[in-house]
Design a binder for this molecule. Structure first.
Ligand SMILES: Cc1cc2nc3c(=O)[nH]c(=O)nc-3n(C[C@H](O)[C@H](O)[C@H](O)COP(=O)(O)O)c2cc1C
Length: 211
């Protein structure tokens, strides 16, 4: 796909060359430090009002993988990839905003007087609207997962976002809180041979309106 764009640099090449991996090196592991770093990178993704309404469960032990696979459509990636993250979004709760913004205030990024200017409109936007609270959980988790996907790619690791799982069962089995939505599974790890070549995309002319 690279040749189809006039924009090129290392980041764009990383984005353009990603594919969803099906086959992983089953003997590979990722250290907890690398797993932490991937999540740290994920958490630099943007969130509405800096809510950071997400949580990541790294399923990387043999025992935890064995619990995940049967409730994830028996998808091999859940046990064969080095790690599968359960990427959770949290229903928006705007009363946490002062606490979430406190480190920005302490770091001098944002004046303390501005905190209510974020909390009040956020409360009015979300709190009476369950669908919006959930939409934002899904958006935040998706941005976080996307950052992890491209970071993994840049490190030569494959990844697979997966919606093929029983959300209620994952919620129960991995002890998610009532306000947490298992937005997607994200397998990450070194690949093995046999993964598909990149799939062609719809033409830009079919998906872009220039207005
Ligand atoms: C939200 C979402 C859910 C997906 N769920 C699964 C899944 O459960 N199992 C799977 O093997 N691939 C899954 N995929 C991967 C897609 O099939 C894949 O991204 C798509 O075919 C495009 O291929 P590419 O990622 O290699 O470009 C999912 C992708 C997304 C974005």
């Amino acid at each position: 796909m690279k040749s189809e764009t006039t924009l090129t640099n290392g980041v764009i090449e990383c984005i353009l060359s990603r594919t969803a991996a099906k086959y992983y090196d089953t003997s590979a592991t990722l250290s907890d430090e690398v797993i932490r770093d991937l999540v740290r990178i994920g958490t630099t993704a943007p969130t509405s009002f800096h809510l950071q309404n997400w949580r990541f469960i790294a399923v990387r032990s043999r025992e935890a993988k064995a619990r995940l696979r049967p409730i994830a459509w028996d998808q091999p990636a859940t046990t064969e990839a080095a790690v599968t993250f359960i990427v959770c979004g949290q229903l928006v709760e705007t009363s946490v905003i002062p606490e979430r913004l406190a480190p920005l205030v302490a770091a001098g990024v944002m004046p303390a007087s501005m905190v209510p200017d974020w909390e009040i409109p956020a409360r009015d936007l979300y709190m009476a609207f369950p669908q919006r609270r959930r939409d934002e959980a899904v958006r935040s988790a998706t941005f976080g997962a996307a950052a992890m996907i491209y970071a993994a790619r840049s490190l030569g690791l494959g990844s697979t976002p997966m919606i093929g799982f029983d959300a209620d069962a994952v919620h129960r089995e991995f002890g998610l809180a009532d306000d947490e939505v298992p937005v997607m599974l994200l397998s990450v790890g070194p690949e093995r041979a046999g993964n598909w070549a990149q799939k062609p995309r719809r033409p830009v002319a079919d998906v872009l309106d220039l207005v």
